[in-house]
Design a protein around this ligand. Sequence first.
Ligand code: KIV
Ligand code: ZN
Length: 466
Amino acid sequence: MSVQRPRVTVFDTTLRDGEQSPGCSMNQPEKLRLAQQLDRLGVDVIEAGFPIASDGDFESVKAIATVVRRPIIAGLARACEADIRRAWDALKYAARPRIHVFLATSDIHLQYKLRITRDQCVAQAREAIRLAKSLCDDVEFSPEDATRTDPEFLCRVLEAVIEEGATTLNIPDTVGFTVPTEFAELITMIRQRVKGIDNVVISAHCHNDLGMAVANAMAAVGAGARQVECTINGIGERAGNASLEEIVMAMRVRPDRYPYETGVVSEQIYSSSQMLGEITGVPVQPNKAITGRNAFAHEAGIHQDGVLKNPLTYEIMTPQSVGVPDSKLVLGKHSGRHALSIRCEQLGYQFDRRALDDIYRRFVRLADKIKHVEDRHLLELIRDTHKPSGSATPLIEPLASGKPAAVNASEANVAPETETAAPAPSPEPMRPFPASTQTNPFGVPMPAHSDPHHEQTQQEDYLWGV
Ligand code: KIV
Ligand code: ZN
């Protein structure tokens, strides 16, 4: 009998908290386009903006509320009448509106920012939720800076807003200060101490100032939170928010540790990330988990060889599962012959062992100079290696006859018989791509395996790639 896993609500705040990150502001058509993509991505809640912040934000929230009908559309409001009414004016067009009210609760915010007492804070929170509830059934409350709030006082505020009808209680780690064990304890304490907590949804909203936003959000889910607030590519105030794609894929890749479901269509992750980057002009850091351009790229020869033989060797999820079109084998100085020969085949060339040795040696020299060898370089290299001497300017110096200078550890390991400068055979004529009908699980064409030395070559690739 299969057990139903608990469902975690994915609340996307790319258009609100995400947009607060420097350089990430978006205009109304851009926000609407991204909201439609978030709908395709399958998020449960889209926080479309902060309607009182500007007329542009108001119009964006209104447009999204009008057009995007499946998810809940949320709008942010401070705990005051003008904000709440303005939020509702934009949200009332939504099929499923939510007013999200926030009020700081930590002493440091009460004293220095709001200049109110704790009692005033409770009263203001109550009044705000009462008003929001009179307009909209679905009301979320966030005690800003919750993780630096006195726990007793936090419980008092949470109980008060539940009494006024709040349906989701969001616990923000506003300044990215908490750590996973502590945050889990906080959620557990809230579940044990706050009256009425079983009738509302607990949410986690984590910032990444210590690089722990996703870990904190996951710890909160483990302790009973059933909504996570997050953004595409982890954009957001300062160091950003918890990244949606990391949270979703952590649950998908490690159901043994995170046995929860989300409604996210993971195959839409990559296009959502790309769209956000294209709209904001803010590129994703190359090594960003899941959505960075190197997340599925393998340069080290051992890794390339392993991935080509079986992707499970170095990949814990398939690129396709997050919508990345293909695994990218980056050809650089750490690459092995196996990867080089596959790429040559993809370009329409198949070489015997000796010719491949020759090309490989030249390739390593080139990679030492230009870091990433792209297809055009490789084609030039192939042409260059096999052209009659004295013709067009070579991209790299031709190999000197006799012992070539070792340019890196790979080349220093070349077996003696492959180092002698034998006349290179011509490449086989161009063959239509794909070079073979066999493909690996990523759809990358695999060699035809007609080479009797195949097993030996694979073993050598392992050594060469070091
Ligand atoms: O970080 C924060 O505290 C917020 C609230 C408005 C939820 O973004
Ligand atoms: Zn925030």
